[in-house]
Design a protein around this ligand. Sequence first.
Ligand SMILES: Cc1ncc(COP(=O)(O)O)c(C=O)c1O
Length: 372
Amino acid sequence: MNVPFFDIGRLNHTIDSKIHTAIMRVLESGWYILGNECSKLEQVMTLQLKGKSLVGCNSGTDALILSLLAAGVSHGDEVITVANTAIPTVAAICATGATPVFVDIDPTTWLLDSALVAAALTVRTKAVIAVHLFGNMADINKLVKELHAAGREDVAIIEDVAQAQGATLNGLSSGILGRFGAFSFYPSKNIGALGDGGAVHCSSDSDSVLVRELRNYGQKDRYHAETKRGINSRLDEVQAAIITEKLPLLDTWNRRKAELMETYRRELANLPLTFQGITPGCTPAWHLCVIALENSQQREQLQQHLGQAGIQTLIHYPIPCHLQAAFTAARHDGLPITEKMAQRIMSLPLSPVLTDDEQRHVINVICTFYNR
Ligand SMILES: Cc1ncc(COP(=O)(O)O)c(C=O)c1O
Protein backbone atom coordinates (compact mmCIF):
# COMPACT_ATOMS: atom_id res chain seq x y z
CA MET A 1 0.00 0.00 0.00
CA ASN A 2 1.33 3.45 -0.90
CA VAL A 3 0.83 6.13 1.76
CA PRO A 4 1.43 9.69 0.59
CA PHE A 5 2.81 12.19 3.07
CA PHE A 6 -0.13 14.52 2.48
CA ASP A 7 -2.39 14.19 -0.56
CA ILE A 8 -3.62 17.80 -0.82
CA GLY A 9 -5.62 17.03 -3.96
CA ARG A 10 -7.56 14.34 -2.08
CA LEU A 11 -8.42 16.80 0.70
CA ASN A 12 -9.56 19.51 -1.73
CA HIS A 13 -11.69 16.98 -3.64
CA THR A 14 -13.81 16.46 -0.51
CA ILE A 15 -15.08 20.04 -0.96
CA ASP A 16 -14.65 20.60 -4.67
CA SER A 17 -18.17 21.92 -5.20
CA LYS A 18 -17.59 24.61 -2.54
CA ILE A 19 -14.28 25.55 -4.17
CA HIS A 20 -15.92 25.65 -7.60
CA THR A 21 -18.71 27.92 -6.32
CA ALA A 22 -16.17 30.24 -4.67
CA ILE A 23 -14.12 30.59 -7.86
CA MET A 24 -17.23 31.21 -9.99
CA ARG A 25 -18.43 33.87 -7.53
CA VAL A 26 -15.17 35.80 -8.01
CA LEU A 27 -15.21 35.32 -11.77
CA GLU A 28 -18.70 36.73 -11.98
CA SER A 29 -17.95 39.64 -9.64
CA GLY A 30 -15.34 41.09 -11.98
CA TRP A 31 -13.24 42.21 -8.97
CA TYR A 32 -10.07 40.22 -8.36
CA ILE A 33 -7.92 41.85 -5.69
CA LEU A 34 -8.80 43.34 -2.25
CA GLY A 35 -12.55 43.25 -2.66
CA ASN A 36 -15.59 41.86 -0.84
CA GLU A 37 -14.10 38.35 -0.57
CA CYS A 38 -11.00 39.60 1.21
CA SER A 39 -13.09 41.78 3.57
CA LYS A 40 -15.38 38.85 4.31
CA LEU A 41 -12.45 36.54 5.09
CA GLU A 42 -10.92 39.18 7.38
CA GLN A 43 -14.22 39.48 9.27
CA VAL A 44 -15.02 35.76 9.47
CA MET A 45 -11.53 34.78 10.59
CA THR A 46 -11.36 37.58 13.18
CA LEU A 47 -14.57 36.21 14.69
CA GLN A 48 -13.24 32.65 14.61
CA LEU A 49 -10.04 33.76 16.35
CA LYS A 50 -12.02 35.93 18.80
CA GLY A 51 -9.37 38.45 17.80
CA LYS A 52 -9.09 42.17 17.12
CA SER A 53 -8.33 42.72 13.44
CA LEU A 54 -7.07 40.60 10.56
CA VAL A 55 -5.41 41.85 7.38
CA GLY A 56 -5.14 39.53 4.36
CA CYS A 57 -1.88 39.46 2.42
CA ASN A 58 0.00 37.49 -0.19
CA SER A 59 1.76 34.79 1.90
CA GLY A 60 2.89 33.74 5.35
CA THR A 61 6.34 35.16 4.59
CA ASP A 62 4.78 38.52 3.74
CA ALA A 63 2.66 38.33 6.90
CA LEU A 64 5.92 38.15 8.87
CA ILE A 65 7.55 40.94 6.83
CA LEU A 66 4.50 43.20 7.24
CA SER A 67 4.46 42.52 11.00
CA LEU A 68 8.16 43.35 11.30
CA LEU A 69 7.78 46.52 9.22
CA ALA A 70 4.80 47.64 11.28
CA ALA A 71 6.84 47.01 14.45
CA GLY A 72 9.40 49.46 13.04
CA VAL A 73 12.08 46.85 12.38
CA SER A 74 14.72 48.03 9.93
CA HIS A 75 18.38 47.84 9.00
CA GLY A 76 20.69 47.38 12.00
CA ASP A 77 17.94 46.10 14.32
CA GLU A 78 17.92 42.61 15.80
CA VAL A 79 15.08 40.09 15.88
CA ILE A 80 15.23 37.07 18.18
CA THR A 81 13.87 33.73 16.98
CA VAL A 82 14.76 30.04 16.71
CA ALA A 83 16.86 28.24 14.09
CA ASN A 84 14.49 25.27 14.31
CA THR A 85 11.98 26.69 11.86
CA ALA A 86 11.14 26.93 8.19
CA ILE A 87 13.50 29.16 6.20
CA PRO A 88 10.86 31.90 5.59
CA THR A 89 10.79 32.89 9.28
CA VAL A 90 14.42 33.95 9.00
CA ALA A 91 14.21 35.17 5.39
CA ALA A 92 11.49 37.60 6.53
CA ILE A 93 13.80 39.07 9.18
CA CYS A 94 16.60 39.48 6.64
CA ALA A 95 14.20 41.12 4.15
CA THR A 96 13.75 44.02 6.56
CA GLY A 97 17.52 44.50 6.86
CA ALA A 98 17.55 43.31 10.48
CA THR A 99 19.88 40.65 11.92
CA PRO A 100 18.38 37.36 13.12
CA VAL A 101 19.49 36.35 16.63
CA PHE A 102 18.89 32.69 17.44
CA VAL A 103 18.17 31.17 20.81
CA ASP A 104 18.00 27.45 21.46
CA ILE A 105 14.83 25.39 21.77
CA ASP A 106 13.26 23.67 24.75
CA PRO A 107 14.32 19.97 24.69
CA THR A 108 10.75 18.79 25.35
CA THR A 109 8.54 21.05 23.22
CA TRP A 110 11.23 21.67 20.55
CA LEU A 111 10.08 25.33 20.52
CA LEU A 112 11.56 28.68 21.57
CA ASP A 113 13.02 28.43 25.08
CA SER A 114 11.71 31.71 26.51
CA ALA A 115 14.13 31.51 29.43
CA LEU A 116 17.00 32.13 26.99
CA VAL A 117 15.50 35.28 25.47
CA ALA A 118 16.62 37.71 28.22
CA ALA A 119 20.31 36.89 27.65
CA ALA A 120 19.93 37.50 23.90
CA LEU A 121 18.40 40.99 24.27
CA THR A 122 20.45 44.05 23.26
CA VAL A 123 19.57 47.70 22.74
CA ARG A 124 18.98 46.81 19.10
CA THR A 125 16.36 44.12 19.78
CA LYS A 126 13.06 45.19 18.23
CA ALA A 127 11.06 41.96 18.09
CA VAL A 128 10.85 38.28 18.98
CA ILE A 129 9.27 35.84 16.52
CA ALA A 130 7.83 32.90 18.46
CA VAL A 131 7.28 30.03 16.03
CA HIS A 132 4.44 27.60 16.78
CA LEU A 133 6.13 24.71 14.98
CA PHE A 134 4.34 21.53 13.86
CA GLY A 135 1.05 22.67 15.47
CA ASN A 136 2.28 23.06 19.04
CA MET A 137 2.41 26.57 20.53
CA ALA A 138 5.44 28.31 21.99
CA ASP A 139 4.78 29.55 25.52
CA ILE A 140 3.85 33.16 24.74
CA ASN A 141 2.79 33.88 28.32
CA LYS A 142 6.22 32.91 29.61
CA LEU A 143 7.81 35.05 26.90
CA VAL A 144 5.70 38.05 27.96
CA LYS A 145 6.85 37.54 31.57
CA GLU A 146 10.52 37.27 30.54
CA LEU A 147 10.35 40.50 28.52
CA HIS A 148 8.53 42.23 31.38
CA ALA A 149 11.14 41.06 33.92
CA ALA A 150 13.87 42.41 31.63
CA GLY A 151 12.05 45.77 31.37
CA ARG A 152 11.62 45.26 27.62
CA GLU A 153 7.91 45.65 26.92
CA ASP A 154 9.03 47.70 23.89
CA VAL A 155 10.03 44.47 22.13
CA ALA A 156 7.22 43.33 19.81
CA ILE A 157 6.07 39.72 20.05
CA ILE A 158 5.22 38.26 16.66
CA GLU A 159 3.66 34.80 16.51
CA ASP A 160 4.56 32.72 13.47
CA VAL A 161 1.27 30.82 13.18
CA ALA A 162 1.96 29.31 9.76
CA GLN A 163 1.88 25.77 11.18
CA ALA A 164 -0.63 26.17 14.02
CA GLN A 165 -3.87 27.70 12.80
CA GLY A 166 -6.60 26.56 15.21
CA ALA A 167 -4.33 25.82 18.18
CA THR A 168 -5.08 27.44 21.55
CA LEU A 169 -3.11 28.37 24.64
CA ASN A 170 -5.24 28.51 27.79
CA GLY A 171 -8.29 28.84 25.54
CA LEU A 172 -6.95 31.72 23.42
CA SER A 173 -6.35 31.23 19.71
CA SER A 174 -2.85 31.08 18.30
CA GLY A 175 -2.08 34.36 16.58
CA ILE A 176 -3.97 36.70 18.93
CA LEU A 177 -1.60 36.55 21.90
CA GLY A 178 1.27 38.58 20.47
CA ARG A 179 1.22 42.09 19.03
CA PHE A 180 1.07 40.41 15.60
CA GLY A 181 0.15 36.91 14.42
CA ALA A 182 1.40 35.85 10.99
CA PHE A 183 -0.74 33.22 9.21
CA SER A 184 0.03 31.26 6.04
CA PHE A 185 -2.51 29.73 3.66
CA TYR A 186 0.13 27.80 1.70
CA PRO A 187 -1.75 24.81 0.20
CA SER A 188 -0.56 22.22 2.75
CA LYS A 189 -1.24 24.33 5.84
CA ASN A 190 -4.14 23.68 8.25
CA ILE A 191 -6.21 25.94 6.01
CA GLY A 192 -4.66 26.00 2.56
CA ALA A 193 -5.44 28.09 -0.50
CA LEU A 194 -5.06 26.93 -4.09
CA GLY A 195 -1.97 29.11 -4.30
CA ASP A 196 -0.25 31.54 -1.97
CA GLY A 197 -2.00 33.51 0.74
CA GLY A 198 -1.47 34.86 4.23
CA ALA A 199 -2.86 37.16 6.90
CA VAL A 200 -1.66 39.29 9.79
CA HIS A 201 -3.61 39.47 13.02
CA CYS A 202 -3.08 42.83 14.70
CA SER A 203 -3.97 43.34 18.33
CA SER A 204 -4.43 47.10 17.98
CA ASP A 205 -6.37 49.30 15.57
CA SER A 206 -3.35 51.48 14.85
CA ASP A 207 -1.24 48.45 13.84
CA SER A 208 -4.08 47.21 11.66
CA VAL A 209 -4.30 50.55 9.83
CA LEU A 210 -0.54 50.52 9.30
CA VAL A 211 -0.42 46.92 8.01
CA ARG A 212 -3.29 47.70 5.60
CA GLU A 213 -1.25 50.57 4.19
CA LEU A 214 2.00 48.60 4.07
CA ARG A 215 0.41 45.73 2.08
CA ASN A 216 -0.86 48.15 -0.57
CA TYR A 217 2.23 50.20 -1.58
CA GLY A 218 2.04 52.27 1.61
CA GLN A 219 -1.16 53.95 0.33
CA LYS A 220 -3.60 55.37 2.87
CA ASP A 221 -6.16 55.49 0.13
CA ARG A 222 -5.97 55.41 -3.65
CA TYR A 223 -2.99 57.43 -4.95
CA HIS A 224 -2.07 58.77 -1.47
CA ALA A 225 1.05 57.18 -0.04
CA GLU A 226 1.86 58.14 3.54
CA THR A 227 3.72 55.10 4.79
CA LYS A 228 7.29 54.47 3.72
CA ARG A 229 8.42 50.90 2.95
CA GLY A 230 5.07 49.85 1.53
CA ILE A 231 5.03 46.69 -0.60
CA ASN A 232 2.56 44.90 -2.85
CA SER A 233 1.24 42.05 -0.75
CA ARG A 234 -2.47 41.80 -1.45
CA LEU A 235 -4.61 38.72 -1.10
CA ASP A 236 -6.40 37.89 -4.32
CA GLU A 237 -10.15 37.37 -4.28
CA VAL A 238 -10.06 33.77 -5.51
CA GLN A 239 -7.82 32.66 -2.64
CA ALA A 240 -9.81 34.73 -0.12
CA ALA A 241 -13.08 33.11 -1.28
CA ILE A 242 -11.62 29.59 -1.07
CA ILE A 243 -10.17 30.18 2.41
CA THR A 244 -13.49 31.55 3.65
CA GLU A 245 -15.20 28.35 2.41
CA LYS A 246 -12.63 26.25 4.27
CA LEU A 247 -12.62 28.10 7.61
CA PRO A 248 -15.72 26.33 9.00
CA LEU A 249 -13.89 23.02 8.43
CA LEU A 250 -10.78 24.00 10.42
CA ASP A 251 -11.90 22.38 13.70
CA THR A 252 -13.13 19.19 12.02
CA TRP A 253 -9.89 18.77 10.09
CA ASN A 254 -7.77 19.59 13.15
CA ARG A 255 -9.82 17.11 15.23
CA ARG A 256 -9.20 14.32 12.73
CA LYS A 257 -5.46 15.03 12.84
CA ALA A 258 -5.56 15.08 16.66
CA GLU A 259 -7.23 11.66 16.59
CA LEU A 260 -4.54 10.30 14.24
CA MET A 261 -1.82 11.80 16.47
CA GLU A 262 -3.35 10.08 19.51
CA THR A 263 -3.22 6.76 17.67
CA TYR A 264 0.41 7.27 16.61
CA ARG A 265 1.35 8.17 20.20
CA ARG A 266 -0.51 5.22 21.70
CA GLU A 267 0.61 2.58 19.20
CA LEU A 268 4.26 3.66 19.10
CA ALA A 269 4.52 4.39 22.84
CA ASN A 270 6.82 1.48 23.71
CA LEU A 271 9.36 2.06 20.95
CA PRO A 272 12.64 3.95 21.36
CA LEU A 273 11.34 7.15 19.75
CA THR A 274 9.88 10.36 21.16
CA PHE A 275 7.10 12.75 20.23
CA GLN A 276 7.02 16.52 20.64
CA GLY A 277 6.04 17.49 24.19
CA ILE A 278 2.91 19.65 24.33
CA THR A 279 3.32 23.10 25.88
CA PRO A 280 1.34 23.25 29.18
CA GLY A 281 -2.08 24.82 28.54
CA CYS A 282 -1.86 24.26 24.77
CA THR A 283 -4.33 22.37 22.62
CA PRO A 284 -2.22 21.86 19.50
CA ALA A 285 -3.52 22.00 15.94
CA TRP A 286 -1.19 19.38 14.52
CA HIS A 287 0.29 20.30 11.17
CA LEU A 288 2.99 17.64 11.15
CA CYS A 289 3.54 14.39 13.03
CA VAL A 290 7.21 14.60 13.95
CA ILE A 291 9.02 11.84 15.80
CA ALA A 292 12.59 11.88 17.10
CA LEU A 293 14.72 8.77 16.63
CA GLU A 294 17.77 7.92 18.71
CA ASN A 295 20.27 9.18 16.11
CA SER A 296 20.66 10.08 12.43
CA GLN A 297 21.73 6.56 11.44
CA GLN A 298 18.57 5.05 12.86
CA ARG A 299 16.52 7.76 11.17
CA GLU A 300 18.05 6.98 7.81
CA GLN A 301 17.39 3.26 8.25
CA LEU A 302 13.78 3.76 9.35
CA GLN A 303 13.12 6.23 6.55
CA GLN A 304 14.46 3.73 4.04
CA HIS A 305 12.42 0.91 5.59
CA LEU A 306 9.24 3.00 5.36
CA GLY A 307 10.06 4.07 1.81
CA GLN A 308 10.41 0.43 0.71
CA ALA A 309 6.93 -0.20 2.12
CA GLY A 310 5.52 2.68 0.02
CA ILE A 311 5.34 5.18 2.89
CA GLN A 312 6.43 8.73 2.21
CA THR A 313 8.21 10.61 5.01
CA LEU A 314 9.97 13.99 5.16
CA ILE A 315 12.35 15.82 7.48
CA HIS A 316 11.34 19.18 8.94
CA TYR A 317 14.02 20.45 8.82
CA PRO A 318 17.28 18.74 7.92
CA ILE A 319 19.49 21.86 8.21
CA PRO A 320 18.72 24.34 10.98
CA CYS A 321 18.65 27.97 9.88
CA HIS A 322 21.90 29.01 11.61
CA LEU A 323 23.74 26.43 9.44
CA GLN A 324 22.20 27.72 6.18
CA ALA A 325 24.60 29.53 3.84
CA ALA A 326 22.12 32.42 3.58
CA PHE A 327 22.14 33.19 7.30
CA THR A 328 25.80 33.15 8.32
CA ALA A 329 25.49 36.77 9.50
CA ALA A 330 22.96 35.74 12.16
CA ARG A 331 24.07 35.82 15.79
CA HIS A 332 23.83 33.04 18.39
CA ASP A 333 25.71 31.57 21.35
CA GLY A 334 25.56 27.93 20.33
CA LEU A 335 22.42 25.90 19.67
CA PRO A 336 23.19 22.35 20.84
CA ILE A 337 19.59 21.18 21.25
CA THR A 338 18.53 22.56 17.86
CA GLU A 339 21.46 20.79 16.18
CA LYS A 340 20.84 17.50 17.98
CA MET A 341 17.12 17.48 17.12
CA ALA A 342 17.81 18.20 13.42
CA GLN A 343 19.75 14.92 13.31
CA ARG A 344 16.96 12.88 14.86
CA ILE A 345 13.59 14.14 13.60
CA MET A 346 11.38 12.64 10.91
CA SER A 347 7.81 13.48 9.87
CA LEU A 348 5.21 10.74 9.34
CA PRO A 349 2.15 10.95 7.07
CA LEU A 350 -0.58 13.09 8.60
CA SER A 351 -3.56 14.79 7.03
CA PRO A 352 -7.31 15.03 7.59
CA VAL A 353 -7.80 12.52 4.76
CA LEU A 354 -5.30 9.92 5.93
CA THR A 355 -7.38 6.76 6.35
CA ASP A 356 -7.28 4.40 9.34
CA ASP A 357 -5.95 1.66 7.04
CA GLU A 358 -3.14 3.86 5.77
CA GLN A 359 -2.16 4.81 9.29
CA ARG A 360 -2.31 1.14 10.39
CA HIS A 361 0.13 0.31 7.58
CA VAL A 362 2.54 3.06 8.77
CA ILE A 363 2.35 1.81 12.37
CA ASN A 364 2.83 -1.84 11.40
CA VAL A 365 5.86 -1.04 9.26
CA ILE A 366 7.46 0.98 12.08
CA CYS A 367 6.81 -1.90 14.52
CA THR A 368 8.43 -4.44 12.16
CA PHE A 369 11.48 -2.16 11.94
CA TYR A 370 11.87 -2.59 15.71
CA ASN A 371 10.97 -6.32 15.54
CA ARG A 372 7.77 -5.77 17.51
C1 LIG B 1 6.93 28.17 10.20
C2 LIG B 1 6.64 28.84 8.89
N1 LIG B 1 6.73 30.18 8.81
C3 LIG B 1 6.48 30.84 7.67
C4 LIG B 1 6.10 30.18 6.53
C5 LIG B 1 5.91 30.95 5.26
O1 LIG B 1 4.64 30.82 4.72
P1 LIG B 1 4.40 31.01 3.13
O2 LIG B 1 4.92 29.78 2.46
O3 LIG B 1 2.92 31.17 3.03
O4 LIG B 1 5.13 32.23 2.72
C6 LIG B 1 5.97 28.79 6.55
C7 LIG B 1 5.55 28.04 5.35
O5 LIG B 1 6.21 27.24 4.80
C8 LIG B 1 6.27 28.09 7.76
O6 LIG B 1 6.16 26.77 7.83
